[in-house]
Design a protein around this ligand. Structure first.
Ligand SMILES: Cc1cc2nc3c(=O)[nH]c(=O)nc-3n(C[C@H](O)[C@H](O)[C@H](O)COP(=O)(O)OP(=O)(O)OC[C@H]3O[C@@H](n4cnc5c(N)ncnc54)[C@H](O)[C@@H]3O)c2cc1C
Length: 466
């Protein structure tokens, strides 16, 4: 089908304003948010309803034209960026952004895939509840992208990955059928839980058009604290003590190296209120019940007395809480200003974090002299951002392989929360066992036999669409 015929057919489905062909306007769809990945789309199409999504998918499937689903474009693995063939159609859900319903008693929200995460959070808050998915890109990321990447973020320790929030899903399959499972049930063991196939699939199996999300009660009391700890091992002892003493109130347990906070002080002029230390942990806890602050103070006294922490501060106001979080949130930006860095978003079983850091630091120092490690992350989830600031001439692929091999040896994952996209396909295929990869390919072939859904992302197949 010629470009003109395709564009005309798409305009019939989604209206004149729903098809983007102007090269300047297409740039937003050709390049990811960080300008790391670049492609060339044939056009971008913005349907207004699930029926329109289905009609677009059917048209493209008939013509064997590949579709790249597109949310807020904040993904960090190039999943929403088309290839450079100029033949793929980007399908943006931006015009499907309604919050269809909030059920206060059932604590659920039915929301369209194009709704921005922050808008959904605000609506939940206004209803006296909370949507506990939170990450720095929440002002731009959309629900469809969040679920398609099974996003993590700062609340995972308590509330789980995005997957755990999904009660029901509506999808358009690769053949253009609408499958609606928008049930708001906590219990539903009637057959396969097919929605799980689409969550975290990065748009390779179909298009998420709407979801029913499980909300949570608002936690009115919050305590945020920063502790200096001598080693990652000591940090894990603090985590164990926190789980024992303040249990399910623990929202976040973030590990930051002293070197990371030195970068923040140097480049962002944000300083820790504590004296220098090799490691720090940022702790946040919240509860519906009063008395949380007393419990955190008691925890502090305990870990200081036992020498697991050497210093600490509890925020006295919302402003101080924000200042403590700013330390954590400034690390990525500070690292970018320091020079060329290679990022590894990895996870290992929590108990193996110290061994992983120890081995990886030694191996990186030996193989890449002159490089510096910037390690931080959601340690309570076993998720470490193991970033290496390296010399301009260093071999990035060799460094990736070195770090990923150590991760695999510790029983970890080469992608804790950022997904595979186009960036990590070859590393996933190198690091995952053949039976797991074969199973994944069988699912892909069953749901998308023509290979038109986001080809080249997550896995390679021998036969795929343009
Ligand atoms: C500053 C910053 C901080 C971040 N912090 C975190 C973090 O803490 N934790 C974390 O996990 N991630 C984080 N991310 C990554 C990113 O925000 C998440 O991956 C997010 O879930 C992507 O949502 P999006 O709407 O931008 O999706 P996009 O980037 O548009 O798309 C992501 C993937 O989902 C697919 N997709 C999009 N919409 C649909 C749909 N409706 N149906 C099917 N497939 C679809 C795309 O094809 C692509 O493969 C961060 C990113 C930035 C820029």
């Amino acid at each position: 089908m010629s470009d003109t015929l395709l564009i005309d057919a798409l305009r019939v489905i989604v209206g004149e304003r729903g098809v983007v062909t102007d090269p300047h306007d297409l740039e937003n769809y050709n390049v990811d948010w960080r300008h790391v990945f670049k492609g060339q789309a044939r056009c971008a199409v913005l349907p207004r309803s699930t029926q329109e999504v289905a009609a677009v998918v059917r048209l493209c499937a008939d013509q064997r034209i590949a579709i790249v689903p597109y949310g807020g474009n904040t993904g960090l693995s190039g999943g929403a960026t088309p290839d450079d063939s100029g033949r793929q159609v980007v399908l943006s859900l931006a015009r499907m952004n309604a919050i269809r319903d909030i059920d206060v008693l059932g604590e659920t929200m039915e929301v369209e895939a194009g709704c921005i995460l922050q808008t959904a959070q605000d609506a939940a808050t206004q209803a006296g509840l909370m949507l506990p998915i939170s990450l720095a890109a929440e002002g731009s990321a959309r629900i469809g992208g969040i679920l398609s990447t099974n996003a993590g973020g700062t609340n995972v320790l308590r509330y789980g990955m995005s997957r755990t929030r999904v009660l029901g899903l509506e999808v358009v399959t690769a053949q253009g059928e609408i499958v609606s499972g928008l049930r708001r049930l906590r219990k539903d063991n009637a057959g396969y839980d097919w929605k799980q196939w689409f969550i975290g699939a990065e748009g390779t199996l179909g298009i998420i058009t709407a979801a029913v999300l499980q909300l949570a009660p608002q936690a009115r009391h919050r305590v945020t604290a920063l502790l200096a700890v001598p080693t990652p091992d000591a940090a894990l002892k603090v985590l164990r003590a926190a789980r024992h003493h303040i249990g399910e109130t623990l929202n976040a347990f973030e590990l930051m190296s002293g070197a990371a906070l030195e970068l923040v002080a140097r480049h962002q002029a944000v300083k820790t209120p504590l004296a220098s230390s090799d490691w720090f942990v940022l702790v946040e806890a919240s509860s519906c019940l009063p008395g949380l602050r007393d419990a955190v103070e008691a925890l502090f006294a305990l870990v200081l007395e036992e020498g697991e922490a050497t210093d600490g501060v509890i925020a006295e106001s919302e402003r101080q809480e924000a200042e403590l979080w700013l330390l954590r949130e400034s690390i990525t930006e500070a690292e970018a200003r320091e020079g060329r860095s290679l990022k590894h978003d990895v996870s290992v079983p929590i108990a193996r974090i110290p061994a992983f850091l120890h081995e990886a630091d030694a191996a990186v120092a030996q193989a890449f002299p002159g490089s510096r490690v910037n390690a931080f992350g959601h340690a309570g989830d076993g998720n470490i951002h193991y970033n290496v600031i390296m010399r301009a001439d260093a071999d990035g692929h060799a460094l990736n392989r070195l770090v990923h091999d150590l991760v695999v040896r510790q029983g970890g994952s080469i992608s804790a929360e950022h997904g595979i996209g186009q960036y990590r396909v070859s590393e996933l295929e190198r690091c995952r066992a053949a039976p797991e990869l074969q199973l994944a390919r069988r699912i892909k072939r069953a749901l998308d036999p023509a290979g038109t859904m986001n080809p080249g992302k997550v896995m390679t197949l021998t036969q795929q669409a343009d």
